[in-house]
Design a protein around this ligand. Sequence first.
Ligand code: BQZ
Length: 682
Amino acid sequence: MSATALTAQIVEPTAPPAPPAFPAQGEPNFVTRDAIATYRSLPEYHQPAFMDAFVEAGDLPPVEERLPDEPMVYEVSNMTDGIGVYGDVMRHVIGGRPEGWNYWAGQTQGWGGIDIAMSECLTRTGPLFQIEPDDLEPLPNLARGWEWSEDGMSLTVHLIEGAKWSDGDPFDAEDVMFYWDHTIMDPNVTPLNAASPETFGEGTTLSRVDDYTVRFDFTTERPERVLYSMAYGDFCPGPSHILAPMHPANNPDMSYDDYRNAFPPDYMNFPVMGAWSPVEYRPDDVIVLRRNPYYWKVDSDGNQLPYLNELQYRLSTWADRDVQAVAGTGDFSNLEQAENFVESLRRAAEDDAPARLEFGPRIIGYTLYPNLSGNGWGNPDTRGQAVRELNRNLDFRQGVTQVIDRQRLGDSLVKGPFTAQYPGGLYAGTSYYDEGSTVFYPYSLESARAHFEAAGLEDTDGNGFYNWPEGSPAGTGDVQITLLTNTDYQTDRNLAEGVIAMMEEAGLKLSLNALTANDRDAAVSAGRYDWRVERNASDLITVVQNTAQLAPTGPRTSASHYANDAGELDLLPFEEEMVEAVEGFIATNDPEARSELMKTYQQLYTDNLYGIGLTQYPGALVINKRFRNVAPGVPIYAYNWAEDSVIRERLFVPEEDQIGAELYEGALPGEPGGEGPVTAGD
Ligand code: BQZ
């Protein structure tokens, strides 16, 4: 077809279609950060009654000796239902499976907030959804305070003093420096959630000042965004007294694989700074966590937290999590799979419904990501390399996006006002989103075909499917593309199958590669994929968190384009411009400059189709009605997941509502690596 005829068929991009109105149900109570918690000593401290026996038996020192001189104090004024009572359990259900406890070497604990319950980070961002815009900065946590140097080139961080790991070992700068030196700065180790040197800004260093003080030194002035990188998933130090002896840097008998697998799921009582430590694991059945006797947070009456003695994690499916939460046999769910909305809403609306369900903003988004590496990342074979070449062709990506009927795709998940057509990139309704900078390619098979032909594709054998471009090393056969997705979620699977069916209509042959989350994560980080359908991470929601992952700012920062084994990144021109915009954002604190940079980023992303947006919809927090102190308007996902944002350590259940379902009543975590929980005098 002549070029003019082709151009005639092309449908130009438009502004994104307006999303159907869907007001979030809960409205947060906006406060300043110190309204939630401060650090101070109190006249007296208390613990659950059953722990008195441990103190009498000499198994534990008295509570006031287990706490820091100035513990973190949650202010009753910010607790919706006031000071709580001890007891009861939160019954989680998850679809993940633990690989082990070595988060710092990239192992998953099974997700669903297990790692969030076990580990604490220097700062905290989950609860920021309720912070007044003028005070919007990460909350202090293990870092109780910080100050910038005059010239803004360094940040001195003050750690909480006198806090201890759940086995009584002191928490101090040694743990923080071990994390920095032997996790972030060690290229052989990638922690879960993939923090890397780029996460903290090119050339940043960290040094110990004294037992409770460390200092970041930067190469750019006052990179305030680093405070977000000191929060969950990027700076949650592990117990160096347990990890260091197993790390190859200190133990020549250990390889990095040995180190990664040194703490399998049946290693019990793993020392934590979080409120609960794992004491029982039954494969494909349950993980039980018991309260941390040295937890360093209290309420303003001096009651050592948490109020809940136990967390249970039933190892099932994510869909079952929704079902059990609305049925009342589970206690918590992030209702994030649109297919479950209608039934969950129906059940939650009944008078005797055991759980409350509250929808938040539209922050669940799915994207089709083509692998943009052309220089060998993931060692593609001839066919794979030919797909990469197509992926790197703008006409091809424009063809792919115009094949997708997003209205039909969204409706295939759930009818009604939930889903919106999502172009990709930053979300409508989030603080850095700009509609004017967002390019939307409307559904048009005709225009898609014109783009495919402009990319050199033709159905040369007339079987209805495009063949490899002329002279392609992949031969003359039909183009073959694999689509990777996560089989742990029906939404991921349904969207992938929807995309495959639509591509087939347009003449592109796709095959599904559906893997469990752990295998999928391994395939993605190794570059073993052509295309992947994925639920977006929080960087596209908040921008200030995981900012470096918004573009290939480093060899392993954006999973659409890692470097090859030689460390080379073959960025396309628009990717280089995206990197510039993101690095510019990281290097400035000027709000004007920041929003301009994100407009540039959004325009580059959606015009060049760095990722091809599919659908966007709200999520709902489902939590059993017996739990108190659940703040209003908790989004299931923003700066972090609701398991963090809801502040589980200050949730409680009134005595009369407690269900007596603790599996290890009266027990506490035992010795690290020991059998399991212990009772007083054991
Ligand atoms: C929430 C979350 C808590 C990871 C995981 C899981 C992994 C991804 C993502 C979510 C699960 C739940 O999400 O779906 O509702 O409980 O755990 O961590 O999808 O496979 O790699 O990024 O957070």
